[in-house]
Design a protein around this ligand. Structure first.
Ligand code: ATP
Length: 137
């Protein structure tokens, strides 16, 4: 079954909506196969978002991602990558469709509540970045 990586970002953890966001996944056919809370180091955040390192928002993105704990999860289900992206909504919460996680819980494009892998290939890389095989059930 397809797997994808989700990150509940520091803004959503600070707001206390971790349970509500995990419920969106579970209520829409995505099983939580692994989950944990952790504090990213600057190196973790820089490595994780390395594809964006030339972008003007990179420094702000890294500082935001280390501003508090995150909750990382492996989600499993049919078309898990695409399904998670649909549930998340557009990157900019102002453009996110009604009923999506970002429309309901995100503040702005910097503090946008969640990350989800954007391809099957990246999902595998991102899952390996955060989880050992024995942590995934
Ligand atoms: N123009 C921008 N200004 C500020 N921050 C941005 C901008 N574009 C993207 N970001 C931040 O960088 C993150 C990664 O950008 P990307 O284009 O990969 O968006 P995404 O795939 O929707 O989000 P994510 O990778 O977090 O799932 C975004 O979630 C957002 O927090």
């Amino acid at each position: 079954m397809e797997q994808t990586l989700s990150i509940i970002k520091p803004d959503a953890v600070a707001k206390g909506v971790v349970g509500k966001i995990l419920d969106r996944f579970e209520s829409n056919g995505l099983r939580v196969a692994a989950t944990k809370m952790l504090q990213l180091s600057r190196k973790d955040a820089q490595d994780f978002y390395a594809v964006h390192k030339e972008r003007p928002f990179f420094t702000d993105l890294v500082e935001f991602m280390v501003s508090g704990p995150v909750v990382v999860s492996v989600l499993e289900g049919e078309n898990a990558v695409a399904k998670n992206r649909d549930l998340m909504g557009a990157t900019n919460p102002q453009e996110a469709a009604a009923g999506t996680i970002r429309a309901d819980f995100a503040e702005n494009i910097d503090a946008n509540a969640v990350h989800g892998s954007d391809s099957l290939e990246n999902a595998e890389i991102e899952i390996r970045f955060f989880f050992a095989q024995r942590e995934i059930s």
